[in-house]
Design a protein around this ligand. Sequence first.
Ligand SMILES: CC(=O)SCCNC(=O)CCNC(=O)[C@H](O)C(C)(C)COP(=O)(O)OP(=O)(O)OC[C@H]1O[C@@H](n2cnc3c(N)ncnc32)[C@H](O)[C@@H]1OP(=O)(O)O
Ligand SMILES: CC(C)C(=O)C(=O)O
Length: 509
Amino acid sequence: MTDLFGGHPETTTLSDSEVQFLDTTLRDGEQAPGVSLTPTEKAEIATKLDSAGVGVIEAGSACTGAGERETIDRVTSLGLDATVTSFARGVKRDIDLALDCDVDGVNLVVPASDRHIEDKVETTRESVIETAVELTEYATDHGLWVEVLGEDGSRADLDFLERLMRRAFEAGADRSCYCDTVGHATPDRTLSVVSRLTALGPTSTHTHDDLGLAVTNALVSVAAGADLVHATINGIGERAGNVALEEVAIALEHGYDVETIDTAALYDLAQTVAGSTDVPLAPNKAVVGENAFTHESGIHTDGTLKDEAMYEPYPPALVGRERRLVLGKHAGRAGVRAGLDEHGIDVTDEELSTIVDRVKTIGDRGRRVTDADLLTIAEEVQGRDRDRRVELLDLTAASGGPTPTASARLAVDGEERVASGVGSGPVDAAVSAVREALAIDATLESYRVDAITGGTDALVTVEVEVSHNDRSVTVTASDADITRASVVAMVDAFDRLLSATTPVPLAND
Ligand SMILES: CC(=O)SCCNC(=O)CCNC(=O)[C@H](O)C(C)(C)COP(=O)(O)OP(=O)(O)OC[C@H]1O[C@@H](n2cnc3c(N)ncnc32)[C@H](O)[C@@H]1OP(=O)(O)O
Ligand SMILES: CC(C)C(=O)C(=O)O
């Protein structure tokens, strides 16, 4: 790879950089509207960040309140290798509250632009410098690692910002941080500001994505000598978010051979954070989005089957993922044949052409083509009857009481089985009932719900992916009742996964 920034008078060679992350998912990430993490959720995320090799974890803002301090306490009591810090305003009490949580360090934030100094904190440049010096000395005297952040630094007067950080270093600060608080900086502005700061001492960079430039500005900062990148998992954070840790990590590793963390941990981290925050991942999100390693169009699928690297910048395993080939409107013969091969189905060239046409017809209706669709088409085209082994006869689910319960009546190889289950909701209870009736050692890999029409009577489509031994199938089912759609899809998936001869055990067999 060429080094984009190498040779520019204000840059170091990016590929020689040593870079670490400060993860702020638990602080700035949690500032995304509606997000609030419990102590257990913060502890789980922090533990995963630590084992992936993140150097500094900003666990929260101790000044926020008692609940937040409990979450920070949980993280500091984990005994992680990472340095665990708390955000603190330029206020002594904020540092005392952080000390109460037993953190290793503070991210001491003082206003840097005149807008923040005069109109928000209502003070003066000189007083900001005095406060930064006094509180840096106070925090270091209490044994804390101190990073001084100039909020809105990208809109600050550069001479003032430089003077502020020089005084902070003289007072004992461990590092300064360049803050593009409103994500407004261009890469050239970032380069000139960060270069001035790195000349003073160790410098971090904190970029936001309001202009879609967060990753670029983080990379430019590193090229200008910054060695600690503030980032959040999935890029969650204020407004358009912070720079996404996974994007910077992979850009550095793939583009410049700069290793930061164990990138294979990224997908699991992304799922954990999406699950705890309820901020879903866009399918086309770089690195961790569902489609990042999924290929549908025929030309891409054919190319990928010939050479896995044909349409991917790096192997999915590098970020803890697997490649998926799916079928739809844009499918071609190679992809359809590969899909059939996976289920051990041989077809003639002529049958394949008919199957491809039928796949495209489903795709034209705007639908994903599942494994169950493909298998049904192949059965019809080849004139084979499918002997169903499992059928849903009846389903009841109740969710009004304290424990949602359900019972399912199934026909298994012509014999009736009735089982009941409990769960966190009616769908969970109904799926437990089915699992009780068919104790197949299968894993629910994914579960998706789409409302097809608006309104409370909407028809919903449930798509499940279930795997058993080395096979997996995707199946969809639509119904106005989400519980019924879920169970029909699950039963169909189990039926597809059972070989003709395997006995179907009961859970208590
Ligand atoms: C860019 C960022 O991400 S900044 C971090 C944002 N994080 C947070 O806001 C954490 C959650 N915040 C909170 O829980 C509350 O805002 C608290 C507890 C911190 C403060 O609550 P309140 O005392 O009610 O103040 P309020 O939220 O209304 O206003 C913020 C105060 O902090 C002051 N402040 C803001 N930044 C700084 C700073 N860097 N240094 C010192 N004071 C600051 C403001 O001037 C204002 O003070 P004022 O009340 O004297 O005018
Ligand atoms: C407080 C600082 C680091 C911040 O979150 C920002 O500038 O966006």
